[in-house]
Design a protein around this ligand. Structure first.
Ligand code: 6CS
Length: 283
C-alpha cells in the first residue's frame, strides 16, 4: 500500500476515533447524571401502608420508598421527593415526566410491563378482602362477589383489585372506586360496600389501626395471584433502571434488602425467588 494511502487511512481512522470519543452520552445515560445534579428523585406513591406512607409531618416511609431511597443514595442521589397519586394515574404521570420513578407497590403485570421499565422485584403480596364480621355474604373470591347481584366491592381506581373484580365478572356499577384505605374502611362500616379489596398487608395494617371488632379479613382471595412490584421507570430511562438494578442486587445479596422490607411484613425471599421476566410474562 502506497505511503500516501496509509497516511490517509490513519487520518480517517483517527478522525473516526475522535468523533466516537466526543459522541454525546445518550439521553438515557444522562438521566442518572440529571438526577444527581437535581439532588433528588421524584417518586410517585399511593400512601397505602406498609407499601408507602406519608406521616402528618410529611415524612415519607413505607417499604417501597425506603428501598428506593437506599438504592438512589448508592447511586449518588441523596433525596426522594414523593407525590401521592391514584394507582391508575401513576403510569400516565411517569410517561408525562411528572415523576422520575414509581415506587408504590405497583404490581408487575404484562400490560404495565409494556408501558414502563420495571426494576427487578421488590415487594410481593397476595390479595385480601375486608368484610363485615362473620363474612355474611360468604366471599372467598372475586367470582363470589360477581355471583351475588347485591354485592358491591370497593377497590383502588386503576388498581389490580379493581381489574381482578371486573375480570371475574363483577359489573362495573358494582365495582366502587375507593381513593384510599380510610375511605374504604368507612364505606364498609357504613354499608356502602360489602367488601374492600387491597393486598393482604395493606388490609391487615388498616384493620390493626381501625380497632373495630365488626371487621373480618378474607385472605388470600381464592384464585387471585401473588403479585410483586418493582420500581417503575420511564421506558426511555432503561440505563437508569439498570443502574438501579445493580444496586438493588447488591442490597439483596448483602442482607440489607431484608432488613429494610421485613420489618414491614414483606418477604425478601419472595422477591428474590422470582424475576421481572417471569412476572411480566405471567398470565
Ligand atoms: O399494583 C396495584 O394496582 C396495587 N398495589 C398496591 C400496593 N395496592 C393496591 C393496588 O391496586
Amino acid at each position: 500500500m502506497k505511503l500516501s494511502s496509509i497516511i490517509q487511512l490513519a487520518a480517517a481512522s483517527s478522525t473516526l476515533v475522535m468523533m466516537l470519543a466526543a459522541a454525546p452520552v445518550s439521553a438515557d445515560e444522562n438521566k442518572l447524571q440529571e438526577l444527581k445534579d437535581q439532588g433528588f428523585a421524584r417518586v410517585a406513591i399511593a400512601n397505602e401502608p406498609p407499601f408507602t406512607a406519608v406521616a402528618a409531618d410529611g415524612k415519607v416511609s413505607g417499604a417501597a420508598p425506603d428501598v428506593a431511597r437506599e438504592v438512589f443514595k448508592r447511586l449518588g442521589i441523596n433525596e426522594i421527593v414523593a407525590s401521592i397519586s391514584e394507582y391508575g394515574a401513576m403510569i400516565p404521570g411517569l410517561q408525562a415526566h411528572r415523576h422520575d420513578v414509581i415506587t408504590a407497590g405497583l404490581f408487575m403485570k404484562p400490560e404495565r410491563c409494556a408501558a414502563v421499565a420495571y426494576s427487578e422485584p421488590i415487594l410481593c403480596d397476595a390479595e385480601a378482602l375486608l368484610v363485615k364480621k362473620g363474612n355474611p355474604m360468604g366471599f372467598k373470591s372475586y367470582a363470589d362477589i360477581a355471583k351475588n347481584p347485591d354485592a358491591r366491592i370497593g377497590a383502588p381506581g386503576g388498581g389490580t383489585e379493581e381489574k381482578l373484580a371486573l375480570d371475574a365478572g363483577v359489573p362495573r356499577d358494582r365495582v366502587i372506586v375507593v381513593p384510599d384505605g380510610q375511605s374504604g374502611l368507612k364505606m364498609l362500616q357504613d354499608g356502602r360496600i360489602d367488601a374492600y379489596s387491597l393486598p393482604v398487608l395493606s388490609i391487615n395494617d388498616l384493620v390493626k389501626k381501625a380497632n373495630d371488632p365488626n371487621l373480618e379479613v378474607v385472605a388470600p382471595v381464592v384464585g387471585a395471584p401473588v403479585y410483586c412490584d418493582g420500581a417503575a421507570f420511564h421506558k426511555d430511562d432503561v440505563a437508569l433502571r439498570d443502574a438501579f438494578d445493580v444496586e438493588l442486587k447488591k442490597l439483596k445479596e448483602s442482607g440489607e434488602f431484608a432488613k429494610i422490607i421485613e420489618p414491614y411484613g414483606f418477604s425478601a425471599a419472595a422477591a428474590m425467588s422470582t424475576s421481572r421476566d417471569k412476572l411480566c410474562a405471567a398470565k
